[in-house]
Write a protein that binds this ligand. Sequence first.
Ligand SMILES: Cc1ncc(COP(=O)(O)O)c(C=O)c1O
Length: 377
Amino acid sequence: MNPIQMVDLKGQYEKIKAEIDEAVINCVASTAYINGAQVKAFQENLENYLQVKNVIPCANGTDALQIPMMAFGLEKGDEVIVPSFTFIATAEVVALLGLTPVMVEIDANTFNVTAEIIEQAITPRTRAIVPVHLFGQSCDMGAIMQVAEKHNLFVIEDNAQAIGADYTFQNGETKKAGTIGHIGTTSFFPSKNLGCYGDGGAIFTDDDKLAEKMRMIANHGQSERYYHSVIGVNSRLDTIQAAILDIKLKHLDEYAAARQKAAAFYDDAFQNIEELQTPVRERNSTHVFHQYTLQVKSGMRPRLQKHLKEGGVPSMIYYPIPLYRQKAFKEFVAPGFRLPVTEKLCDSVLSLPIHTEMTEDLLDYISNRVRVFFNHQ
Ligand SMILES: Cc1ncc(COP(=O)(O)O)c(C=O)c1O
């Protein structure tokens, strides 16, 4: 057996190799490395897939968060509510722009922020909120948008981990995660559900005016070459990456189905292990399983992780430290500030390998290794 990996990018590539190789060689031969036709084609195909008016490709998922925050015209000291349990990028861009990240608790079961948690953190200085659709399922966006409208707040959905997930509103209408707030963002980091072969990202919005402004910001603040109306950044998706993403986009739903199948297998294998909690589903969202994350009963995680490693099974802790305990954010956090749910999750979560190429044999092997540890053979 080959070494087990958290994500099998090679196996996935092998299946689409002929198409990818041809597309990459065409890009190289065309010499249109920046803003080639493939970028526009991918943008349009993604707009179509997401059913959103504007997709703005950019250099990575962090820029995809920063550019909208620059476009909103926020001022120093304005507060932006972010979850405490996420990848640092979500809060990093807030601090980078001189804004104040306000880190809030998450739901103990779904790992996502809720409308209630957000509403409790709103102050007269709150201007924006960034719900993160963690591990592959959408936050309850219907309820979050109601709170945002009531308090007149911008909403940026950080959809780096849940592209392709469907959110269903109370009236039965369904929308893709990332297309419900004023802005949605994603990352095309290689291991993401829609990943390229380098860095990439995108911003989504139905608001044409905001889209125009963000396109300008992403392009050095210019809409006409060498005429710069605002301070911007240089953030582009390379032509080669767009060509690769356009091929992978056609497989995205099938990739999600493969991840869901693997998750169902794990759920089944672990259902009677009382020291483990398997991933709890959001009521109104499908789950595209960017991660399959267990909660391990207190104190057992290090031993379980060691036991898995000895059997050749990798596992990861997403995330070991709450954002508010990161040194980088110390100026934003009062001494002794603690969020108990976040603390508990940082001490108990464990993510198992999940990707598009998992066979029954592999799932069997990994889950047996877990079951043996808990004496459930
Ligand atoms: C939730 C979340 N937000 C933002 C990002 C940043 O994306 P990137 O690494 O493409 O800058 C990531 C990627 O790791 C992420 O998981």
